[in-house]
Design a binder for this molecule. Structure first.
Ligand code: FMN
Length: 387
């Protein structure tokens, strides 16, 4: 068993053990990858204020996200095709999350279906929903999530159009993937991954094939996906989705205070400040930089969560101290999954938990709900004055 002390260790193993096409799919951002890079590097610009001689016993990272108890406010973000990083990847990640006591969010574009995950887990998970044109599919997706006892829906609003990732085009990573001699040769070197894939039937988009009208195989899937995303999306359409789902609702992909106010008006229970991990609008600011203005606009009226760029428990601590009530990790747990399956996701959560707990203590705080800007040293120009 390799010694894993940080998320970077998992990332190195993920790279070694998973086909290049799928590793690159996770470890990339759109166009120049500026936003992808800055999501992470902007966390490094915020410093922590060391305090001493303060009783640090009895610390707790336990909190709540949308009223649900969590052992730390760090959920697993929805990640498409998780089941290609490791066989049955969504089930493995959901199991690791439930054992750890944090929420797991299943992507609409997952490999394992809602029903697959529900049958193989005990605790309710959250369902991510893309804003698609197909009304029939949308209603059925919400109904299936309800039948599977999902305890929240997460509507992603930042993907009316797909951002371009150069590596995916070069690698033939599309839905479904286009296999070339080179990519097949690369896959054959990933023995552990290959054996896992041979041992499962779950290799296609489980929430779509057999559920969307006319989608029965890979080629009809490609046509459906190309047509599915709704470029005409507006807040009235999002209100229609609100009516289709009467449970807790989270709106994901907010980067501007005006959109945060719209999400509030729709009746969401929480918003996620997110730029999709730098995969959509390259050139957008990092989500941690976008957070303060959004907190000012809606922070006292709605729960504000954040993702994009979190690679450590210290990043989580900084986001919480800046006002977020919850955070999510995407690539950090995908690195764990690609490296070591379910045990790798657990290890990612353990690493982040320890970093969060120890850093919180060294800042002189004993629980995550007491965190505030006083533990941070934020550069004066961090929030920027944008013309
Ligand atoms: C490989 C990959 C696939 C993703 N697929 C989805 C998706 O299907 N739905 C969604 O709402 N967000 C998706 N996201 C965005 C994540 O939910 C999350 O916003 C992002 O990963 C956070 O950034 P981080 O990876 O730096 O933690 C995806 C992210 C990655 C890396």
């Amino acid at each position: 068993m390799p010694v894993i002390t940080c998320i970077d260790d998992l990332k190195r193993l993920h790279r070694r053990r998973t086909p290049k096409m799928f590793y690159d799919y996770a470890e990339s951002g759109s166009w120049t990858e500026q936003t992808f890079r800055e999501n992470t590097s902007d966390f490094d610009k915020i410093y922590l204020r060391q305090r001493v001689a303060i009783d640090m016993t009895g610390r707790s990272t336990a909190s709540q996200m949308i009223g649900q108890n969590v052992s730390m406010p760090v959920g697993l973000a929805p990640v498409g095709m998780t089941g290609m990083q490791s066989a049955d990847g969504e089930i493995k990640a959901a199991r690791a999350a439930e054992r750890f006591g944090v929420p797991f969010t299943l992507s609409t574009l997952s490999i394992c279906s809602i029903e697959d995950v529900a049958e193989n887990t005990e605790e309710p998970f959250w369902m991510q929903v893309y804003t698609l044109k197909d009304d029939d599919f949308m209603q059925r997706l919400f109904d299936r999530a309800k039948a599977a006892k999902c305890s929240a829906a997460v509507i992603t609003v930042d993907l009316q159009l797909m951002g371009q990732r150069h590596k995916d085009i070069k690698n033939g990573l599309s839905a479904p993937p286009k296999l070339t001699a080179k990519s097949v040769a690369n896959m054959m070197t990933k023995v552990r991954w290959g054996l896992g894939m041979l041992g499962t039937k779950r290799r296609f988009f489980g929430n779509v094939i057999g559920h969307a009208q006319g989608v029965t195989d890979g080629s009809s899937l490609a046509t459906w996906i190309a047509e599915a995303f709704d470029q005409a999306l507006d807040w009235d359409r999002i209100r229609e989705f609100r009516k289709m789902w009467d449970g807790p609702l989270i709106i994901k992909g907010i980067m501007d205070p005006r959109d945060a106010l719209e999400a509030l008006n729709v009746g969401a229970d929480a918003i996620i400040v997110s730029n999709h991990g730098g995969r959509q609008l390259d050139g957008a600011i990092s989500s941690i930089r976008a957070l303060p203005a959004i907190m000012d606009a809606v922070g006292d009226k709605i729960e504000v969560h954040l993702d994009s760029g979190i690679r450590s428990g210290q990043d989580v601590l900084k986001a919480l101290a800046m006002g977020a009530k919850g955070t999510y990790i995407g690539r950090a747990y995908i690195n764990g999954l690609g490296a070591m399956g379910e045990a790798g996701v657990t290890r990612a959560l353990e690493v982040i938990h320890k970093e969060l707990d120890v850093s919180m203590g060294l800042c002189g705080r004993r629980n995550v709900d007491s965190l505030d800007r006083d533990i941070l040293m934020v550069p004066n120009d961090f929030e920027g004055r944008w013309a």
